[in-house]
Ligand binder design. Structure first.
Ligand code: TRP
Length: 333
């Protein structure tokens, strides 16, 4: 670990299939940041079980996600890439922090309220405690920065509050992390309802392009993408959300600016434009999928990555946990 670099922490849940929005918003970010920071990247399977998971799916999704991140360029030699449940310190610090977090704060969390409404038959303690576990994740590694989607802002604020509360009650122990929120330009919207964010759980799966979609599926979805009746390929999110969304997607996947894309498609019909966007996406996904499949076939390699990641993560995490235990008066031998 290089001392001069700041520490960065992020995690992703191994649930469902990721969309091209996740690729642009999260995965590419992880790749870009790994040279400039000491990065800890976790697969948050302990967060995932706060809503019911099929065990076989959870296991499979964990490895699929790991392989995908590596295929996309997250380099286990450059960063600490690990599975949350492999490092017991997460649960241990979470338990301690629970006593420094108020029930009222957790009840007010937007995501808790949303998920409680969505899973009314399973409002479990883990769901309520989710933000405390997330605070434990971040604080264990004394992370300076935490890049997350805007939906995680409230969770990040509570992690900062808990850190400050503990530091004030004892003495400076935790680094108070800064949230870095996804750039607006990187936002990808639904192909059928372009005023909404592309989501892995949208009602109509045809509006979302998944990283696991094959070329046929990608092309079919882009062919059906909603545009407008104005027949002009221009970036204007307010008045032309569909076309603007397609231009954003194209620019990212073809590695061009939106202005370049506008010029390239000046005078072109929507049908042809949509095909070109679909092809740019499919061309980029094909090698990623092939590399992911190759990695998934090499389980020994993936297990090795996880083992090394867990050892490296635990070294840092256990140091923080020991400090915390000492400060709160847990007798040590
Ligand atoms: N809750 C985050 C999400 O769903 C995932 C996550 C878990 C996380 N622990 C974290 C993100 C710590 C950043 C830091 O996106």
């Amino acid at each position: 670990m290089e001392e001069s670099k700041k520490t960065l922490y992020s995690a992703v849940q191994p649930t469902n299939c990721l969309t091209i929005g996740n690729y642009i918003g999260a995965i590419k970010n992880w790749v870009n940041l790994q040279n400039d920071y000491n990065c800890f990247y976790a697969i948050a399977n302990m967060h995932a079980i706060t809503v019911r998971q099929n065990p076989a799916d959870l296991r499979r999704n964990t490895l699929a996600l790991l392989a995908l991140y590596i295929a996309c360029g997250v380099d286990p030699e450059k960063c600490t890439l690990y599975l949350q449940s492999h490092v017991p310190a997460h649960a241990e610090l979470c338990w301690v922090l629970n006593s420094y977090t108020y029930v009222g704060e957790m009840e007010r969390m937007t995501q808790f309220k949303d998920k409680s409404a969505k899973h009314a038959d399973n409002i479990n303690m883990g769901l309520m405690d989710y933000p405390v576990l997330m605070a434990a994740d971040i604080l264990l590694y004394r992370a300076d920065v935490v890049p997350v989607g805007l939906d995680q802002r409230q969770h990040l604020e509570i992690a900062r509050d808990i850190a400050q509360r503990f530091n004030n009650a004892y003495s400076p122990t935790f680094t108070v992390p800064e949230g870095v929120y996804m750039k607006v330009g990187a936002k990808i919207n639904d192909l059928l309802d372009p005023t909404k964010k592309m989501s892995k759980s949208a009602e109509n799966a045809n509006g979302s392009v998944f990283l696991s979609d094959d070329r046929d599926a990608v092309m079919r979805k882009f062919k059906r993408a909603v545009t407008d009746s104005d027949a002009q390929i221009k970036y204007d999110p307010e008045n032309k959300p569909g076309v603007s969304n397609l231009l954003t997607i194209y620019s990212v996947f073809a590695g061009k600016t939106v202005e370049q894309a506008e010029k390239e498609f000046a005078g072109v019909g929507y049908g042809e434009f949509k095909l070109a966007v679909g092809e740019a996406v499919a061309d980029r996904l094909a090698p990623l999928q092939a590399e992911q499949a190759r990695l998934l076939a090499d389980k020994a390699y993936l297990d090795g990555v996880l083992k090394k990641g867990a050892e490296s993560a635990a070294r840092t995490a256990n140091r923080t946990l020991a400090k915390v235990y000492k400060k709160i008066g847990f007798y040590q031998i």
